[in-house]
Design a protein around this ligand. Sequence first.
Ligand code: SDX
Length: 428
Amino acid sequence: MSEIAKIEVNGSVYEFPVIEGTENEKAINISKLRGLTGGVTTIDPGYKNTGSCESGITFLDGEKGTLRYRGYSIEELAEKADFLEVAYLLIFGELPDAATLEKFQNDIKKQSIVDEEIKKIVDAFPKAAHPMGVLSSLTSALTAFNPNSVDVDSEEAMYNAVVKIMGKFPVLVAWTMRKNQGMPFKYSDSSLGYIENILKMMFKKPGEKYVQNPVLVNALDKLLILHADHEQNCSTSTVRIVGSSHAGLFASLSAGISALWGPLHGGANQAVLEMLAGIEEDGGDTAKYMAKAKDKSDPFRLMGFGHRVYKNFDPRAKIIKVAADEVLSDLGIEDPILNIAKGLEREALADDYFVSRKLYPNVDFYSGIIYRAMGIPTEMFTVMFALGRLPGWIAQWKEMRLRKEPIGRPRQVYIGENLRSFVPVEKR
Ligand code: SDX
C-alpha cells in the first residue's frame, strides 16, 4: 500500500499518493489536485520544492554531495571512462561494449561535416559577438539543414539524430572560437579521437603542425564528463519543456544553450574567472570580496559558490580542483588566480555566513582555471560547458519524448487588476 499525503483546503481534506523512487526519494503526486479541489493549485518560485518529472538518467544527493550517471558514480566515470562512453551511457542507458563504442565513434566522425552555408552565418556575426549567442544561433540553424524533426519512436532515426549532433556540435564550438579569435575555420579530422579532434579544430594555427598534448586531452575529456548531465537543472529543464511542445531536437538544444548562458547557471564559469582576475588586479584582497559577498546591499556574489541542490561540496568541484593542480603543474604554469581561488575557498569555508547557508564551491569555481591554462578564452568557458552538457540534454530530451510527457504548461496565481471597463483615449 503506497503512502498517502493529506492536504486540507477550503474545509475539506484531500488525499494524494506519495511516490518513491529507486533512491528512496519521495514526492507527492498532485496531478489531480486542481480537479479535486475545484481549482486550487500549488506555487513554488524556482521550483525549489517541485519535481517536474520522473527520470532514470542522473541521480544526485545534495546533502551527501553524490552524483551518478545511470547508477555509476561520477568519481568512477571521471577516472575510468572517456567522454564518448559517458555520452553513450547517458543517452542509451548502458555502457557500450567495445564494438558498439567503436561504431558510435565512427558514426559520429561520419557526421562531423558541417554544411558550408553555416560558415556564411558565422561570418555574419560581429567578431565581438558572445560565443554563447553564436553557438545557440548556429545550433538552431542546424534545423534549416536538417528540417525533418526526429521520429523518437524509431530507434534508428533517434540514433542517427544523436550521432549527427554529436558530430556537428564540436565543429560549431570550434568555429565559434575561431570566429572570436579571427582565425580561419578548421574542418574535423576523422583520423583523430573525439577530444583530439576538438582541440585541433580549436587550436591549430595556420602553417603550423598541431601537436597533441596528452595533458590537455585528458583534462578536457575529464571536464566534459563532469559537465555531461545534472538532472533537472535550469538548461536541462529548458530543453525538456521546449521539447515537450514537440519542437525539434536542435531547436530544443538551442534553447538550452541560451538558458546555460546566464551567470547564475553555466555562465558562472566565465564570471568566476572575471571575479578572480578582478580580485587579483585589486591586489588580491580576498577579505574585501568576502565582505562584499556577505553585504546584502552589495549585488556582488561569490561566483562559483552555492548551489540550488548541493548543500555540501559539489563532487565535481572536488575532482576539478585536483585536476587544476595537476594540469597547471604538468604545463608548468604558476597561475596566481588558482591561489586566489583556494584562498577564497579556505576563507569561505571558515566563515559562518557561507557555512550556515551551506555554500560550497560548485562545478564552475575551478573549471575556468583549467580552461584558461589550456589557452581557451574566458568568453568561451560556457561554450565548453555546453559541449560537455550536450549528451545530457540529448538524453533528457529523448527520455521526455519516449515517456510521452505532456506539454509543459505551468499554472499561476493572478495578482493583477480585477475586471474593469475600457475608457476611450479622449477620456483617460
Ligand atoms: C550551475 O542546478 C544545477 O545543477 C546547475 C549546475 C549544473 O550542472 O547544471 O550545477 C551548474 O549552474 C552551478 C551554479 C553556478 N552559479 C553560480 O556559481 C552563481 C553564484 N551562486 C548563486 O547565485 C546561487 O548560489 C545559485 C544561483 C547557484 C543558487 O541560488 P538559490 O538556490 O536560489 O539560493 P539563494 O539565491 O536563495 O541563496 C540562499 C542564500 C541567500 O542568502 P539569504 O537570503 O539566505 O541571506 O545564500 C546566499 C543568498 O544571498 N547566496 C550567496 C551566494 N549564493 C547564495 N551569497 C553570496 N555568494 C553566493 N554565491
